[in-house]
Design a protein. Structure first.
Length: 272
């Protein structure tokens, strides 16, 4: 902040956080929202006001456009929807707070499809954090922009103790949805949130999906809710024989969907 007369005027990250039009000074700020409807039409929204207001504005926009983002019934759907929106809010805050603002040509993006909500945040994970740690939801707490992180935490819009990733995992589970996935698409760190159990299967590459049987697709929906499994757990949860479980898991490994770790009864099948 700087003082002009009797007024305190925000500068730097203060302008980004509380300024009325931060993109006038920092064009790469804000969040660009796009909803892709099944009929091929789009709704767009530029959320470019004070950063502390952007997550709430984005969630309200989605609630107005997607009143029922999860296919559930009655009260169960309402409860799941609220948990889902909490999950989306967490993802939006992470995208805004941890992005690399030195990448001037890239902007945070919120992209909605019939099956997913995708958040794109410019910049690779902050070293020494790795993409694999993000994918496993066990990255240590390290902020690229500690001032932004601190302000959001004080306003109870972010978690400052490294629990944000864990809450992404927990909220997905509470909503009965697949775990979110992280990917790197230069120059963006991409977080994908799934809107139904079936979405994780539909989002597979067509060349992979075509090779899965109906029972294997059901199996992948189960696997999408966790970071890995064992043969005995898979057989129990899918109500299939041990031989069938072994065949499914071996096929997932062959397709690159899982990696096999260990041997014998202790063997685990983990997402790569």
């Amino acid at each position: 902040m700087k003082v002009e007369g009797k007024k305190a005027v925000p500068v730097g990250f203060g302008l980004l956080l509380f300024g009325k039009a931060p993109r006038d000074i920092m064009p790469q700020a804000g969040l660009l929202g796009t909803i892709h409807w099944p009929d091929g039409t789009e709704d767009v929204r530029d959320l470019d006001g004070p950063m502390v207001e952007v997550p709430g504005q984005a969630i309200q926009w989605l609630k107005d456009k997607l009143p029922n983002p999860i296919n559930r019934g009655g009260a169960q759907r309402k409860e799941a929807n609220e948990k889902f929106y909490e999950l989306v809010r967490e993802g939006i805050v992470n995208a805004l707070v941890h992005r690399n603002y030195d990448i001037a040509g890239a902007k945070c993006q919120l992209v909605v499809t019939p099956d997913t909500i995708i958040l794109k945040s410019p910049g690779e994970p902050v070293p020494p954090i790795t993409l694999k740690q993000l994918q496993e939801f066990n990255a240590p707490m390290l902020s690229r922009n500690p001032v932004l992180h601190y302000v959001f935490a004080k306003m109870e819009l972010a978690e400052e103790r490294g629990l944000g990733l864990k809450s992404l995992k927990t909220r997905s589970t509470d909503a009965g949805l697949p775990l979110p996935t992280y990917a790197w698409e230069n120059p963006y760190l991409v977080l994908t949130l799934y809107r139904s159990l079936e979405s994780a299967t539909k989002s597979l590459e067509a060349s992979v999906l075509d090779q899965l049987s109906a029972s294997e697709r059901n199996g992948w929906e189960f696997l999408a809710t966790r970071t890995g499994t064992t043969q005995s757990e898979y057989a129990r949860e899918l109500a299939v024989t041990s031989r069938t479980a072994q065949r499914h898991l071996a096929h997932f490994v062959e397709l690159g969907l899982l990696s096999k770790v260990g041997s014998g009864p202790a063997t685990e099948y983990l997402k790569p």
